[in-house]
Design a binder for this molecule. Sequence first.
Ligand SMILES: *[C@@H]1O[C@H](CO)[C@@H](O)[C@H](O)[C@H]1NC(C)=O
Ligand SMILES: *[C@@H]1O[C@H](CO)[C@@H](O)[C@H](O)[C@H]1NC(C)=O
Length: 235
Amino acid sequence: MTAGSLWSCVFLLLFSSIRSLWAAEISCKSEDGDPVDWFLLYKLPKYIRKESPRTGLEYMYMDSLTQAWQLSKFLINMTQSALGQTLNQLYEAYISKNDSTAYVIYNDDVPHSKHYSWKQGHTKGFLFLDKSQGFWGIHSIPLFPPFPEEGYGYPPTGKQNAQMAICITFRYNQFAEIDKQLLCYNPNIYSCSIPDIFHPDLPNVQKLCVGSALPLIPWHHLSKLQSAQGENFLH
Ligand SMILES: *[C@@H]1O[C@H](CO)[C@@H](O)[C@H](O)[C@H]1NC(C)=O
Ligand SMILES: *[C@@H]1O[C@H](CO)[C@@H](O)[C@H](O)[C@H]1NC(C)=O
């Protein structure tokens, strides 16, 4: 074996171990179940002018790997959809009661709830992370996602209108900034778990989760966030 091929072997080994490490980490997931830095989806409305009605579950999808819109081969209510694959990590950790992960799900329109929350932020999303990495999803879908004990699903009320969702993968060090940003949102959290090991870095989210008194909320707050792969996002 020449020195060159030995080096390429070492490199390949290193590369594949980095790859599998990355694969095991919490992240937004593509429809193939691969980790992606970010994805965007746009669920099509049920009725599009001059066309016969669709199911209301088809969606356009784009991620950091494809960087182009394409019609998904899945429907948004399927666990194979990008939202299904991504949220499944949260649902599985919930079932295994994993204390090394934290999650928050919020929506001003809570599943199974008849009254709309006027007092809290008009905002919908979910966070799931461990001390290495995680994701933040932001979307427009009322009554979504289901409580973790119910597993993945899509509400029938979300079929009629168009909806959007964005998911971004972040290294752990970005979540302190996300924590500050969520305080400004005053989100209506309906399911969460923030184990002790996260309290020093996520003080606001922890208070929001248990419903304890909050610090003074700033009127404006612009966050500069960087995704796991180094893309900048302003929020
Ligand atoms: C998704 O919705 C379609 C159309 O309503 C339905 O036929 C299918 O059973 C649903 N799939 C799941 C996994 O809920
Ligand atoms: C708990 O989460 C950690 C970090 O994501 C992971 O390494 C570990 O395998 C999980 N344990 C269980 C029982 O799922």
